[in-house]
Design a protein. Structure first.
Length: 334
């Protein structure tokens, strides 16, 4: 009896490691090429070029044109890079809290587009929909915030930054070291998340989460099976949510419709804790970064869920190439 328990524990740990590695390897095959392409584009001056293209979109949002470079850098890379450029661009440019909040909304919704878009594409969300939601949705949210702040006379006082990050080394070696650390961290987080999901299922807490989120998921048109993924994506980020979503999809737990709607929702509203706190360092207000973004995502996805084309969505063919990690075959909707 005592010998069986260690063997059972080792078997469980081994199974968990294999499952986590399969999810991680699937993400790596998308993320590493995307990271290399983004770095090459950045070295070729794509950030400045994209900033030039985005400059005309700033005026309707009440923002100075130079801030387009901040959004461009955030779109191509990440929020941290956008923060560094923000402090460089705005040293001699006075901004109101409303303006910084509008810019923060652009950054929160539209960031890391090549990498997160590639991950979403792997799960069946087309590039045109990702770009439309992440860039178009970010701009629309920013415009609505600018309109409401202007009409209401809210947040018009001068902005004060909370903290300014130190500049990172611009060498290729420093970039490679940073990416290796990030990718290693992603595996550890995925492993911890999968262990947590198993624990929640064993404790039957998962059913409680489903019941609590059912009204929200029903509004969004997402099945109850998407509850865990939605929670993880909202709190930690789209990459982690999508990685676990791929695992659930291959095990047949999610329909193609659930996958697309979940990823679209997470595209608009993910990593609410980390991203919100990061952007608030610029002086942005919580009203636009958290509540407005969450409400905007709920409305957009609720409308998207009612479009007839979703009934024709199919899983990518690669998901059928091998049996699921946990057994069973993917199911299709309809």
């Amino acid at each position: 009896m005592t010998q069986r328990r260690p063997a059972s524990i080792l078997g469980t740990v081994g199974s968990l490691l294999r499952e986590a590695w399969k999810v991680y390897w699937t993400l790596l095959k998308v993320m590493v090429p995307a990271l290399l392409i983004v770095k090459a584009l950045e070295m070729l001056g794509m950030t400045e070029l994209l900033g030039h293209w985005l400059a005309p979109l700033m005026a309707p949002l009440g923002l100075p044109e130079p801030l387009s470079l901040v959004w461009a850098a955030t779109l191509l890379t990440n929020i941290y890079t956008g923060l560094v450029i923000f402090f460089e661009v705005t040293r001699d440019t006075p901004l109101s809290v409303a303006q910084v909040t509008v810019l923060g909304a652009l950054m929160a919704v539209g960031h890391s587009l090549p990498i997160e878009g590639a991950v979403a594409r792997m799960a069946g969300v087309p590039w045109w929909l990702t770009v439309l939601l992440r860039m178009g949705g970010a701009w629309l949210l920013g415009w609505l915030l600018h309109l409401s702040y202007s009409l209401g006379g809210w947040l018009q006082h001068a902005n004060r930054v909370v903290w300014e990050p130190s500049a990172r080394e611009a060498t290729l070696t420093a970039w490679l070291q940073g990416q290796v650390m990030t990718l290693a961290t992603i595996f550890l987080v995925i492993l911890a998340l999968m262990a947590l999901l198993k624990l929640l299922r064993w404790l039957r807490v998962e059913r409680l989460i489903h019941k609590l989120l059912y009204p929200l998921l029903r509004l969004l048109g997402i099945g109850p099976a998407g509850a865990n993924i939605t929670v993880i994506g909202i709190t930690l980020g789209l990459t982690f949510g999508a990685g676990l979503l791929l695992r659930e999809a291959r095990s047949g737990q999610l329909t193609p419709r659930d996958i697309v709607l979940t990823l679209c929702f997470l595209g608009l509203c993910h990593s609410l804790i980390e991203d919100t706190l990061l952007i608030m360092l610029m002086g942005a207000d919580l009203s636009g970064l958290l509540w407005a973004r969450l409400g905007f995502a709920l409305v957009v996805i609720a409308l998207l869920a009612r479009l007839p084309w979703l009934s024709r969505v199919e899983l990518p063919s690669w998901m059928f190439s091998s049996r699921a990690v946990t057994g069973g075959e993917p199911r299709s909707e309809g």
